[in-house]
Ligand binder design. Structure first.
Ligand code: SF4
Length: 320
């Protein structure tokens, strides 16, 4: 397991060093040498924003619950940290083990909003991975993406190997199974074969397996599969069994204040109002109410205990 070296003295010249040191309560640190599938989960914004995102927490929890997979976080460094990393030739690294992102099997981005697309390209570049998908070799991680923006994947299709369209808690587990088997077989066919196998997961879109054409003015014209492994059309993944959806009841406690500085319990996804201009109101249709049934109160109690809420407010009644 490779680790980058960060001299603590360097961090004295950086704003909010806690963004980069990891070690938070409930973060999961596993030994890379004992785990077959290693996933770097990336959020293309700074720590305070990234740590507020529930979707990434769920995927982190789903992956780390498995014995054959590990997930570590990597967020966009602020400009002062980026300048220092580039000056000292430090590649983008994970928070848990401080491992270079390039050493992982999969680099998985959450794509929450279009404004962060340049951060995604910058993070891929900082990791030492070719930005264009066509330039990557078998030594590079598979670069995948999920989240609300992948419903319109084409503007960034040249930079990703696979998109997970729709809700990906289940698909991400299928990805681990496929990558694990592909590695155990000796990586037959290289990354091209890995991408072909991933493309067969329901809801997965691998741009290199399709031909896309545009009108002269740049407007999208057509798309067709050019590989038999490619599904067409690609249908978004929807969680059917909402009663057994994964609940992260051990949220990571940040060392510093974050944007949404609170514990979160997911009661439903999307929004039933359905305003036509709203991403959240449209991409999660039909609104999957996640009743959780009898699981919710125990999960809420567990979250309260794991975030030290019991100690901070011992006398407060939450009705739980
Ligand atoms: S704007 Fe979006 S989140 Fe707000 S009520 Fe409308 S659909 Fe729901």
């Amino acid at each position: 397991m490779n680790r980058v070296t960060i001299d603590p003295v360097w961090l004295m010249h950086i704003q909010k060093p806690a963004r980069y040191i990891g070690g938070e309560w409930n973060s999961v640190v596993k030994n890379h040498d004992e785990i077959p599938v290693k996933v770097a989960l990336a959020f293309p914004d700074v720590y305070e924003v990234a740590m507020s995102h529930l979707g990434l927490k769920i995927i982190y929890s789903v992956l780390n619950a498995r014995e054959d997979a590990l997930a570590e976080r990597v967020y966009a460094p602020w400009v002062d940290m980026e300048a220092m990393m580039r000056e000292k030739h430090i590649p983008l690294f994970s928070l848990e083990n401080k491992c270079p992102v390039k050493d992982f099997d999969v680099l998985g981005f959450t794509m929450p909003y279009e404004m962060c697309y340049t951060n995604i390209l910058n993070m891929i570049d900082m990791a030492g991975i070719p930005v264009w998908a066509k330039d990557r070799t078998d030594e590079d991680p598979l670069v995948v993406a999920g989240g609300p923006c992948v419903y319109n994947a084409e503007p960034v299709a040249d930079f990703f190997d696979v998109f997970f369209i729709g809700e990906s808690e289940e698909a991400i587990g299928e990805m681990v199974d496929i990558v694990k088997a592909w590695k155990a077989e000796g990586k037959p066919g290289g990354r091209k074969e890995a991408i072909r196998r991933l493309a067969q997961i329901d809801g997965c879109y691998a741009p290199s397996l399709y031909e896309v054409s545009y009108y002269e003015n740049g407007v999208f014209r057509s798309i067709r599969p050019i590989d038999e492994a490619a599904q067409f059309p690609v249908k978004k993944r929807v969680i059917r069994d909402v009663d057994h959806v994964h609940i992260d009841d051990k949220p990571i406690l940040p060392h510093i204040e974050i944007v949404h500085d609170r514990a979160v319990l997911e009661m439903f996804r999307g929004c039933s109002r359905g305003c036509r201009f709203c991403q959240a109101g449209v991409v999660f249709r039909p609104v999957p109410f996640l009743p959780g049934g009898d699981d919710l109160p125990p999960c809420a109690r567990e979250e309260r205990r794991e975030t030290a809420g019991d100690r901070r407010y011992p006398d407060k009644e939450y009705g739980l």
